[in-house]
Design a protein around this ligand. Structure first.
Ligand SMILES: CC(C)(COP(=O)(O)OP(=O)(O)OC[C@H]1O[C@@H](n2cnc3c(N)ncnc32)[C@H](O)[C@@H]1OP(=O)(O)O)[C@@H](O)C(=O)NCCC(=O)NCCS
Length: 140
């Protein structure tokens, strides 16, 4: 089941982020992003547990994916595809393009985004601690 993210999800989101990326984001960081009027996103829930989420920001009718992760034990079950699809429907309603950055060495995420129709538009040199980021876009 997919639902909108709320600020109360912040502790669980920080935990999933911690499990999924080499760095950590605090509970306060998620709290701030979800309460500043621009942050929004979706969570995939099973048995009252958040299995994965996508956190975005909308500014001037452009959507940016801030972060996106699925708990390790739930991966490869289509949850990532479902979360991206939910975001695509929202973007289409607003005729808003979606942008994201993905590390050049993250082949799994790049493959998923490509399957969902995102296109590579540029490279940001050294964006992730020395690793290049690929900027991708989905036009509505
Ligand atoms: C990226 C991520 C969110 C995908 O979540 P998921 O629920 O596993 O995604 P899905 O099951 O819907 O889709 C998996 C897709 O990833 C890609 N993929 C998964 N494993 C792969 C592998 N070993 N090799 C290549 N592609 C792979 C495929 O495109 C696959 O789609 P397919 O099964 O239709 O071929 C998840 O792997 C994750 O949390 N990774 C760590 C955090 C991260 O990298 N986030 C993205 C930051 S930009």
């Amino acid at each position: 089941m997919i639902e909108n993210l709320t600020v109360d999800d912040s502790p669980e989101l920080a935990q999933i982020y911690d499990e999924s990326f080499p760095d950590s984001w605090s509970v306060e960081t998620f709290h701030k992003m979800l309460s500043d009027g621009m942050g929004f996103g979706y969570k995939f829930i099973e048995n009252s547990r958040i299995c994965g989420f996508i956190l975005c920001r909308i500014v001037c009718d452009e959507i940016e994916i801030i972060t996106f992760a699925v708990r390790n034990q739930y991966r490869r079950n289509g949850i990532g595809h479902q979360l991206l699809h939910k975001l695509t429907l929202y973007a289409q309603q607003r005729a808003a393009p979606i942008f994201l950055e993905v590390a050049k060495d993250n082949a799994v995420a790049q493959s998923l985004y490509t399957e969902e129709g995102y296109q590579k538009i540029s490279v940001r040199k050294g964006y992730y601690n020395g690793t290049d980021a690929i900027v991708m876009k989905l036009s509505s």
